[in-house]
Write a protein that binds this ligand. Structure first.
Ligand SMILES: C[S@@+](CC[C@H](N)C(=O)[O-])C[C@H]1O[C@@H](n2cnc3c(N)ncnc32)[C@H](O)[C@@H]1O
Length: 506
């Protein structure tokens, strides 16, 4: 394939659904009791899904197939001539973004089935290709809540397409059945649930995108059925398209996406206050300059340079892998710390730590070129995720990257607090006893189930600060029956958990 063809394939998401998969998907729909009178394939390509659906559903009286590429339209027409169907089938070239889906669907006999596999490309990827295969910006504002989903910069164009189709099916007897990235399916469902669209049921069936499309991405078949009076806010999750038994139910509860409804209903009362606040580790965006391996009293940076620095500015550092591998008591790396708190002045280093200052200025070109906007208009050589909490002698830590709920106690090393990088989340503690008590609470089965009810493990960073802060540790302690032990023995008043009716406990 030439480079130009490859680029075009990416731009238009031109990865045709294999016939064998198309047949399995339409069989699955049929097993679920779907029996449409009309059919739409909005981005039909060579027509594998459309033809499989026409074969599987002889009930279809009206069918529409569209694609932006005329040569695909010609191919579908040729296939239909070779194998005629009884339905009235119209196959036309058309740009998804220009179509009036609402008017089209309004004219169709119910139940309506919209089946397809829209392009799996993101707007920023299209931007890089200088492509115009995008919705017009002005249309973005048209739907309530759409900004919340698409306004965050990078988004999948299929997300936009599916939301548009949802609106065309609202209030009808209809089913939307689409191959898409699993993350897109979830965003589309959140949109439908937030906007109280008339969904009767939804299911997400995992598909093996590597086998069928050669794509290393979590993908699925999203099937959502509409019915005029319905307002379901649940979706069954199946590992694969055999659809034998659902592994769990996700849904929308209390204005949030829930990963396991059963567990959420059981433990939702543990949400709430913040006796403890989770923080994230230090962010500096220049590991080669700011991180070191230590040799005696000297440090070697990631460029292989041996460096002499004032030791009071260098701290032991842990990364996610150290915490996950149980190497959290023996830090292998050291971090140059330029500030004690976010935004603090750094120029005093010139006087107070001349070797550090000299080192920083010799690498100023790299540090000044750090791309993240957070460094703009900040003191030179600034870092982030730094504050009193970074220097607490003990911490409870968990990686935001690892697909594991495992909390560790991190202490000090050579009388210096161990710092954590920004892939780790932490609660600062004043004593080892406090950190151990917190870790044992947070590693309990109840805490695990609480977090499990909210975590989507296929996310890039499944364990976020926001998620961790949802759990009220006081309520958890009470639930476990460890509350009194917890509060009585904790030596630090401000970090102790107050007794139920004690001061500061509203
Ligand atoms: C992932 S392929 C899937 C094709 C077909 N639905 C299938 O499942 O085999 C995506 C299709 O979307 C078409 N497409 C891309 N952008 C489009 C647009 N703006 N309007 C209509 N079709 C488009 C491409 O030409 C391509 O055939």
């Amino acid at each position: 394939m030439s480079a130009r063809t490859k680029t075009r394939q990416i731009e238009f998401g031109d990865f045709q659904t294999p016939t064998v998969l198309a047949r399995r998907l339409t069989n699955l729909l049929s097993q679920q009791g779907i029996s449409p009178s009309s059919l739409i394939e909005p981005t039909c390509g060579v027509g594998n899904l459309a033809l499989a659906a026409l074969d599987r559903f002889p009930t279809v009286r009206d069918a529409f197939c569209f694609d932006i590429e005329q040569h695909y339209i010609d191919a579908v027409r040729a296939r239909l001539r070779a194998k005629p169907h009884t339905a009235d089938i119209r196959v036309s070239q058309g740009d998804f973004f220009e179509m009036d889906w609402l008017s089209l669907v309004r004219e169709l006999p119910e139940p309506v089935l919209v089946i397809g596999n829209p392009p799996w490309v993101t707007n920023s990827c299209l931007g890089g290709l200088d492509s115009s295969n995008l919705p017009q910006k002005s249309n973005f504002k048209g739907y309530r809540g759409l900004d919340a989903i698409t306004g965050k910069g990078n988004f999948d164009i299929s997300e936009w397409m599916l939301i548009r189709l949802l609106h065309s099916l609202e209030g009808r007897q209809a089913t939307l059945a689409m191959l898409c990235k699993t993350a897109v399916a979830r965003k589309v469902l959140i949109y439908a649930w937030k906007n109280r669209l008339s969904l009767e049921s939804s299911a997400i069936y995992g598909i093996d995108a590597a086998t069928h499309f050669g794509a290393a991405v979590d993908a699925c078949f999203l099937v959502s059925s509409f019915s005029p009076e319905a307002h379901s806010m649940d979706a069954l999750i199946y590992d694969d398209i055999t659809g034998v038994s659902a592994t769990r139910t996700i849904g929308y509860r209390d204005n949030q996406l829930v990963a396991e409804i059963d567990l959420y209903e059981r433990w939702k009362h543990l949400q709430g206050g913040q006796a403890y606040r989770w923080r994230s580790g230090v962010k500096h965006d220049s590991a080669k300059v700011m991180e070191f391996i230590r040799f005696g009293t000297h440090y070697m940076n990631g460029l292989g340079e041996i460096v002499d620095l004032e030791p009071e500015h260098v701290f032991p550092l842990l990364k996610s892998s150290d915490v996950a591998n149980g190497a959290h008591n023996r830090p292998r790396r050291w971090l140059l710390v330029t500030q004690q708190s976010v935004g603090a002045d750094t120029s005093h280093l010139q006087r107070n730590a001349p070797r550090v200052w000299q080192y920083l200025t010799s690498h100023a070109e790299t540090l000044d070129a750090r791309r993240s906007a957070i460094y703009k208009n900040r003191p030179r050589f600034a870092i982030f995720g730094i504050g009193d909490y970074s220097f607490s002698p003990y911490k409870v830590a968990i990686s935001s990257l690892y697909k594991k709920l495992l909390l560790r106690v991190v202490g000090s090393y050579e009388e210096k607090p161990i710092l954590l990088d920004d892939t780790l989340n932490l609660i600062p503690c004043r004593t080892q006893a406090e950190a151990e008590r917190l870790a044992s609470l947070l590693n309990s089965e109840i805490a695990r189930q609480f977090f499990q009810s909210l975590i989507f493990w296929d996310s890039k960073r499944p364990i976020t600060i926001e998620l961790l802060n949802r759990l009220d540790i006081k309520k958890l302690a009470r639930e476990i029956g460890a509350f009194s032990r917890f509060s009585e023995r904790s030596p630090q008043r401000e970090l102790a958990l107050d007794p139920p009716d004690g001061p500061g406990n509203p």
